[in-house]
Design a protein around this ligand. Structure first.
Ligand code: COA
Length: 374
């Protein structure tokens, strides 16, 4: 007999600071002016190009993003700095990633009617890890008082959906009874805020998901996982060369390639058809049609991209009721985006309704989770 696996709780930690597009653009433009003044003679003799101003209208039209939450705001907006200012913590203090993960976890566990002691597997699945080891997941395991084991995993923007599949498989295999999967995304530290092409893209957040067998679940809000499907295909169009060999290679730690870089247009063009056909194939394998899906909780990178994926799937324009948007408020939060959408936009669904959580991002990586409200 196969085990019925459910998502029995979700949680979110939302940082207190907001950066609006207007604030972001003002700071970028001040930075550009400072740079242009600094290199005025190079610009005059043609050996360097002047930086051009960013603007709010472009950002909103190109992406749909209106603001983002960040863990630290002053450093990001300081035109002489342009990255967050985090105070280093000692080895005996909880790390920042573990701290926000524990906060999101607390909410998810409460929603599931569980405590940390019920958890026997912790997955910290995120696009960036703040250190090599010990695993953040093990620190989180200790912080919430969980037993069992934990490990970190990284599949960039698809870290959450890939994490949910690992959780589901562990429950089915009997290697875990209750899995906490967290996605602490401190994207403000991997974003190049000095690059006009991408300075508006990301925001910080942490999401948490509790996965367990239906037989142990007591939550009033349970979502049966009907199936999961993962796919990857190599691409350099979203890339970050930061890594432990940087100093051994005598490369500049602050070089442009050590932070998030992308060919946005190419990503848009290539990933839309991949995501649409991935979801369609997954649904077909479960004898479901895209038109009958009540809600799509899609990856939140670009409004136009989501609209096109949906148009390919259901052959019509759909609104927020079918595919809720959260990136206007949160921006792109890497792996957490589709989970935020699921967390914030599911309470109106009825028993029997089917939905799809789907992420797409660097790798390329695509993950879909088909769920049914019990
Ligand atoms: N302000 C004003 N103009 C800007 C600007 C800014 N902040 N950033 C770029 N521009 C300019 C460009 O220089 C370019 O000018 P040009 O036409 O004179 O060369 C023009 O606007 C268009 O730039 P482009 O980068 O082609 O914009 P776009 O329409 O492709 O939108 C993205 C950019 C990033 C929003 C969009 O490509 C995207 O979201 N792609 C998908 C990305 C994705 O899903 N990534 C996954 C990440 S995890």
């Amino acid at each position: 007999m196969t085990t019925t696996v459910v998502i029995s709780g979700t949680g979110i930690y939302q940082p207190e600071h907001i950066i609006t597009n207007a604030e972001l653009v003002e700071s970028y433009n001040a930075y550009a002016d400072l740079q242009n003044a600094k290199y005025a003679s190079d610009i005059a003799n043609g050996s360097r190009e002047a930086l051009t101003h960013s603007n709010v209208a472009f950002i909103e039209k190109a992406s749909g993003i209106k603001q983002r939450y960040v863990l630290e705001k002053e450093g990001v907006l300081d035109p002489t700095r342009m990255y967050p200012r985090f105070t280093p913590r000692g080895n005996d203090e909880l790390s920042l990633m573990a701290e926000i993960a524990a906060k999101a976890a607390e909410q998810a566990l409460a929603a599931a009617g569980k405590t940390g002691a019920d958890v026997d597997m912790v997955l910290c699945s995120s696009a960036n890890m703040q250190r090599a080891y010990p695993a953040m997941a093990i620190e989180i395991q200790q912080a919430i008082g969980a037993g069992g084991f934990g490990f970190d995993m990284n599949v960039a923007c698809s870290s959450a959906t890939f994490g949910i599949e690992q959780a589901v498989n562990a429950i089915k295999a009997g290697t875990a009874k209750c899995v906490l999967m967290v996605n602490p995304e401190i994207t403000s530290a991997h974003l190049e805020w000095r690059d006009r092409d991408c300075h508006f893209i990301f925001g910080d957040v942490c999401t948490a998901v509790v996965v367990e067998a239906a037989s142990t679940a007591t939550s009033v809000d349970q979502w049966e996982v009907l199936g999961t499907k993962l796919a990857t295909q190599f691409s350099n169009n979203i890339r970050n060369n930061f890594g432990f060999m940087n100093s051994a290679e005598d490369t500049e730690p602050d070089a442009r390639d050590k932070k998030f870089q992308q060919e946005g247009r190419k990503v848009f063009k290539e990933v839309v058809p991949m995501a649409a056909s991935h979801i369609e194939t997954h649904l077909a394998s479960l004898d479901r049609a895209p038109q009958n899906v009540r809600r799509y909780w899609l990856h939140q990178a670009n409004l136009g991209m989501n609209q096109l994926v949906l148009k390919k799937l259901v052959d019509r324009e759909v609104g927020n009721d079918i595919a809720p948007l959260i990136l206007d408020e949160y921006a792109n939060t890497a792996s957490a985006g589709s989970v935020i959408a699921f967390h914030a936009h599911r309470s109106d669904l009825q028993a029997g309704d089917v939905g799809v959580i789907c992420s797409f991002g660097a790798g390329y990586s695509i993950g879909s989770v088909v769920v049914k409200k019990l």
